[in-house]
Design a protein around this ligand. Structure first.
Ligand SMILES: *Cc1c(COP(=O)(O)O)cnc(C)c1O
Length: 384
């Protein structure tokens, strides 16, 4: 309730609801510019089904990201489900418990059994050294997540996949625009899936995409997202409705033009947090490894026992100051009721993920965050 009323913080300043800082504020281009895009839709009256903005955005994203093919979707979750269908994944899939629930839900919705494997303590991504012991005769694929946009160990994961003849579908919902020394990290594995949800670094209100290196697979994905329809009299698969509308695609085409501007501001905020917090006892800032570009999509910190407050006490203290940080990712997916009965969901199987979920806090990060806000946030964390 507190954020609806004026109240005093410890310095006696009155704070109102409009001073609240949330973990993300979606970026919006100037409305006047979007209206021009909408006028085009009103003129040509093509509202969906791979219209001109849909085609334009697919092409623009391929160029911007440096990938071969991209298929747009109404959200990232449907894109994950279609990716599984496109590669005809069945049986068991090895995945991480340290993610947003949609990662694992996409498996369950597809009749696949998730098998949780612990994460690496440095990257908080799937730990390749723990994958092999989780492989059974039913295993068909690995679904890792580039958590916070920090790349997985793609090389080690591919080696295991090749050795055991497994497919790799990356949940790359956080990894828009991230490159390693070979180019886009979206080119690793068989497929990569993006989310363009309003909270993501690039968004189309709701939206998602599958990145695909192979033209034949891209064609199959395009059939699957349109009910399996090939032409008026031909249906080749039991597809679904996974089409992005022209309004969302138009918004994406416009939004993409502002991407570099947003990234520049995000980079500054990231640098500010790092300089203010990195020397602080008990606060560990996470980051992408060497040789990787960042998209500054999240700013996760781990609150270690040396810090005077527990993670939850710091979370609450920030809240009391009108700052809404988020515990991404807590609880672990493996702790939710539909998963916790699985043998691989037992906490003793997932000690690193369990520890990270108890320590992590994601600080507010978005291009409209002002320097005053940044300072307000780090002050709450540094002052005792
Ligand atoms: C946001 C997100 C998704 C789901 O994307 P939607 O577009 O919201 O369906 C999947 N996985 C991860 C890791 C996410 O953060």
């Amino acid at each position: 309730m507190s954020h609806f009323f004026l109240y005093g913080n410890q310095h006696g300043f009155a704070m109102s609801a409009k001073n609240n800082i949330f973990v993300v504020q979606p970026s919006l281009p100037p409305l006047k510019e979007f209206v021009l895009y909408l006028e085009k839709i009103w003129d040509n009256k093509i509202l969906t089904n791979g219209g001109p903005f849909h085609q334009q955005l697919e092409k623009a994203l391929c160029e911007y990201l440096g990938v071969k093919h991209i298929a747009l979707f109404p959200n990232g979750t449907i894109a994950l489900m279609v990716a599984l269908q496109a590669l005809q994944i069945t049986g068991e899939v090895i995945t991480t418990p340290y993610s947003f629930v949609a990662t694992t839900h996409s498996l369950l919705w597809s009749g696949i059994s998730p098998v949780f494997v612990d994460i690496d303590p440095h990257t908080l991504n799937l730990d390749p050294s723990k994958i092999e012991t989780a492989i059974t005769p039913r295993t068909t694929a690995i679904m890792p997540v580039h958590c916070y946009g920090y790349p997985c160990d793609t090389k080690a994961i591919q080696e295991i996949a090749t050795k055991y003849n497994l497919r790799v579908i990356y949940d790359a919902a956080h990894a828009f625009g991230v490159n390693d020394n070979q180019g886009s990290i979206l080119n690793h594995g068989d497929l990569s899936v993006l989310s363009f949800h309003a909270t993501k670094v690039f968004h189309t209100f709701e939206g998602g995409a599958i990145v695909c290196p192979d033209a034949t697979v891209k064609q199959r994905i395009d059939y699957l997202k349109n009910f399996g329809i090939v032409d008026e009299v031909t249906v080749v698969a039991s597809g679904i409705n996974g089409k992005m509308s022209e309004i969302n695609a138009a918004f994406g085409a416009l939004q993409l033009q502002y991407m570099d501007e947003h990234l520049m501001r995000r980079k500054e905020i990231d640098a500010f947090y790092r300089s203010e917090l990195s020397g602080l006892r008990g606060i560990q800032c996470l980051g992408a490894g060497e040789g990787t570009s960042a998209n500054y999509s999240y700013f996760p910190i781990l609150v270690q026992p040396e810090y005077p407050l527990s993670r939850d006490a710091l979370y609450q203290k920030l809240k009391d100051h009108g700052i809404y940080a988020r515990r991404y990712f807590y609880p672990l997916i493996s702790d939710f009721p539909m998963y916790r009965g699985l043998p691989s969901a037992q906490r003793c199987n997932l000690p690193v993920a369990t520890d990270a979920a108890a320590k992590v806090l994601c600080l507010p990060l978005y291009s409209a965050l002002s320097p005053d806000d940044e300072k307000r946030i780090t002050n709450v964390i540094t002052e005792m």
